[in-house]
Design a protein around this ligand. Sequence first.
Ligand SMILES: *[C@@H]1O[C@H](CO)[C@@H](O)[C@H](O)[C@H]1NC(C)=O
Ligand SMILES: *[C@@H]1O[C@H](CO)[C@@H](O)[C@H](O)[C@H]1NC(C)=O
Ligand SMILES: *[C@@H]1O[C@H](CO)[C@@H](O)[C@H](O)[C@H]1NC(C)=O
Ligand SMILES: *[C@@H]1O[C@H](CO)[C@@H](O)[C@H](O)[C@H]1NC(C)=O
Ligand SMILES: *[C@@H]1O[C@H](CO)[C@@H](O)[C@H](O)[C@H]1NC(C)=O
Length: 483
Amino acid sequence: MGGAAIVPTVWAAVITVAAMAAGVAEGGVGVNWGTLASHPLKPSIVVNLLKDNGIKKVKLFDSDTWTVSSLAGSKIETVIGIPNDRLKKFAESYNEAKNWVKDNVTVHMYDGGIDIRYVSVGNEAFLTAYNGSFVNVTFPAMQNVQKALDEAGHGKKIKVTTALNADVYEAKSNLPSDGQFRPDIYSIIKEIVRFLDRHDAPFMVNIYPFLSLYQNPNFPIDYAFFGGSGQSNDDNGKSYTNVFDANYDTLIWSLKKIGFPNLKIVIGEVGWPTDANVFANVTLAKRFYDGLFEKLASGEGTPMRPKESFEVYLFGLLDENAKSVLPGFFERHWGIFQFDGKPKFPMDLSGKGNDKMLVAAKGVQYMERKWCVLRQTLKNLDPTAREVDYACSYSDCTALTAGGSCSQLDRRGRISYAFNIYFQMQDQNVEACVFGGTAEIVTKNATIGNCLFPIQIVSAGERLKAAAVAMVGLVLSLFVLGL
Ligand SMILES: *[C@@H]1O[C@H](CO)[C@@H](O)[C@H](O)[C@H]1NC(C)=O
Ligand SMILES: *[C@@H]1O[C@H](CO)[C@@H](O)[C@H](O)[C@H]1NC(C)=O
Ligand SMILES: *[C@@H]1O[C@H](CO)[C@@H](O)[C@H](O)[C@H]1NC(C)=O
Ligand SMILES: *[C@@H]1O[C@H](CO)[C@@H](O)[C@H](O)[C@H]1NC(C)=O
Ligand SMILES: *[C@@H]1O[C@H](CO)[C@@H](O)[C@H](O)[C@H]1NC(C)=O
C-alpha cells in the first residue's frame, strides 16, 4: 500500500523485539514438498493445500516448471533445488548455471510471480553414503550459481546455499562443545561457510532425532523428543534435554571453531515418519511434532543460542511411495499428509496446542472403489509366493515390514495387501489383478483394521511412473520371508 505512514521509531523498536521474541521466524514453519510418488497430486491442489493450512514457506528438491509455476501469485516463500546429479555440470560450466538461472529463476521473477528465497545447490551432497562423489563439485557449483544469480540481478534477494545432512559435523563425546566438521570435508566446509557468510546466506542443515533413535539401539527414547522428561546431558554447565538442541549446538560449536559462531542457520528438514518401523507411528510422530511446535512458539532457542529465531522446513508434506528405501523402509512415510493429501493426525502448526486435523487436500480425484485381493476360495497359497514377490518389486509393500501398519496381518491378508497395492499403482488395470488366477477384484473396502488398503488417485502425470517402477527388490525379499 502506497500511503503507509512512517512508523515511529519507538514502534519500530517494539516490533523488532516482538519479532525476535517469537521462536519461529516470521511466516511460521515451512514444509518440504517432494514429488517422488507414483501418483503425485496435481501441483495446483498442493498449493491450495498449503494455503488452506496457512503454510507460507515451501522447499522443493528441484525446479520442475510445472510445480514451481503453480506457486505463482501465492506469495509462498520458496526454496528451489538443484539435484546432486547436476552438480558436476554446474561446477564445470558457468554457462550451465547461467542457463539454469535463466530458465528456472528469471522466468519466475515477474510481478506476481514466485517468491524464491533460496537455491539449494545439491541435497545432502556430503552424505558418507555417496563416497565423496560430490565433495569436489558442490562448492564450485554454488559459486557458479551465485555468480549467475548476481549477473541476472537476483543475487540480493535469492541466496545460494546447500542443504546438508547433519553428519557433516560430529562430536566424539556426544557433547556439543566437542563438535567439529568431519575431517574429510573440513576444508571444503570452511570455504563454503566463508562463502555463505560473505553472501549473507544461511547454513542449511537437516536434523533428524528419529534417525538418532533408529540408528542406535541404546539411544534413550525420551531424548529424541522435546519436553525434558528424560535424561539431561551436561556440557560445561549447559544442560541438554533433547537431541535436537544438542545436535543444533554441535553445529554452532563446529561453526564457532572455524570462526563463524553467528552464521544464520536454516533447518532444511525436520520431522518424524509414521510407518514401516517400530519407532515410526502416528503416536510418536504426534509427540515429536507437538514438542517441536511448542518449542518453536516458546521463543526459547538452544543453550548456545537462547534467543534463536528458528527457520524450519518440515519433512515432509506428503508420503512419497517411490523414494529409495536405502535409508530404511520408513523413508516413504514422512508425510504429515498421506499420499492423497489427507492429514494423518491432529496438530497445531502455531504451537499453541490447539490440535486439530489439518485441512485435507481438495479436489482430489480417486480411481474407482475397487480393490484387488487374494481369491477368497483359494486354498493352496503356495503358488502366490512368486506373485507376491513380483507385486512387491513393482509397488510399495513397506507397510508390511516389521513395525509397519500392516505387519500384523495374517498370511492371506499380507498377500491381499501386496496384490492390491500393485493393482492400485498400475492404475487398476484389470491385467494387474490376475497373479496366475490367484487374485480377484472386489468392490467391498478391503481395509483390515489399521492397515489401509488404499484406492490410488488419478495421477497428475506419467513422468514419475518410471521412477516408481525402478524400485526395490529389497522390500520384497525381506517381506517374502514373512510369508
Ligand atoms: C530447469 O529445471 C528443470 C527441472 O529441475 C531441468 O529439467 C532443466 O534442465 C533446467 N533448465 C536448465 C537450462 O538447466
Ligand atoms: C560407495 O562405496 C560402497 C563400498 O565400496 C559401495 O557399495 C557403494 O555402492 C558406493 N556408493 C556410491 C554412491 O558410489
Ligand atoms: C577431490 O579432490 C581431491 C583433492 O584434489 C582429490 O584427492 C580427490 O580424489 C577428489 N575426489 C573426487 C571424488 O574426485
Ligand atoms: C508406537 O511406537 C512405540 C514405540 O515402538 C510403541 O510403544 C507404541 O505402542 C506405538 N504406538 C502405536 C499406536 O502403534
Ligand atoms: C476403507 O476403510 C477405511 C477404514 O475404515 C477408510 O479409512 C477408507 O477411507 C475406506 N476407503 C474407501 C475408499 O472408502
